[in-house]
Design a protein around this ligand. Structure first.
Ligand code: ZN
Length: 249
């Protein structure tokens, strides 16, 4: 029976990443895979990328990782500003050799993966880097959900929305909460593992998932977001990027 942890949407948040890795090792889980958005928004892109390179079996490309190497016209102003900062931190330079490996790693990430009999994307099965599968799509966008589920013959895992939970075969979204955190993996479904570095479901704790055979459990870990906030402000990033970490929104 395979057991592995899934992390996503780290967003250069070192303190959240450390707390999650500690919890995963306490749980005795060896294998970790990463669904993308290693960087963007936060103040520690290099350290977080190096941890991912060291610790994860494989890593997918998120839209912010993609944004490092492309035009940023479609990004909101806060995301764009943070990506300019991230480029400045990571772009290889003569006196900063450590950056080159991280830069090349982020440039060459795959956009989808199959492993352990499951499928993995950052965003969606149809548009793996950019498309959001929103929790409201189940009742607002049944046609979209039908098209996405037509592409699935097994459970798949995504990140991107920063909202942990599961879209079942009836397209309905069940949010992961402390009361409802374990789900059975059977047939096509879309499991969102939530975000390590910038949760948006109103719970500021870092989110990640552990698969054990045919079950997935969403875990939440508190971390010292005040340190993360102080670094974001010291880096000159927008204060809103610090404030939202306390609200988890
Ligand atoms: Zn993200």
């Amino acid at each position: 029976m395979s057991t592995f942890a899934l992390i996503s949407d780290l967003h250069s948040n070192l303190e959240a990443m450390e707390a999650v890795l500690n919890r995963i090792s306490q749980l005795g889980v060896q294998e970790i895979v990463c669904l993308g958005d290693v960087v963007g928004y936060g103040a520690d892109p290099l350290k977080v990328t190096q941890m991912v390179m060291q610790r994860c079996k494989w890593t997918l490309q998120g839209n912010h990782d993609w944004g490092l190497f492309h035009e940023l016209d479609d990004f909101n102003p806060l995301a764009r500003e943070a990506l300019f900062f991230t480029r400045a931190q990571l772009k290889p330079a003569f006196l900063r050799p450590a950056r080159k490996a991280a830069w090349e790693f982020l440039r060459n990430l795959p956009d989808r993966m199959q492993d352990h009999g499951f499928a993995f994307f950052h965003g969606s099965p149809r548009d793996p880097v950019m498309e959001y599968v929103l929790k409201s799509d189940g009742f607002l966008e049944p046609d979209k959900m039908q098209q996405l589920f037509a592409l699935l013959d097994r459970p798949c895992f995504v990140g991107h929305t920063h909202w942990p939970g599961v879209h079942g075969p009836d397209y309905r979204f069940t949010q992961a909460t402390d009361e409802q955190r374990e789900f059975k993996l059977q047939g096509p479904c879309i499991v969102n593992v939530g975000s390590v570095g910038q949760p948006r479901d109103g719970d500021p704790r870092a989110s990640f998932a552990v698969v054990n055979g045919d079950r997935v459990e969403i875990h939440r870990v508190p971390y010292d977001f005040r340190r993360t906030q102080a670094k974001i402000l010291a880096a000159g990033l927008h204060p809103a990027l610090a404030e939202r970490l306390a609200r988890g929104k």
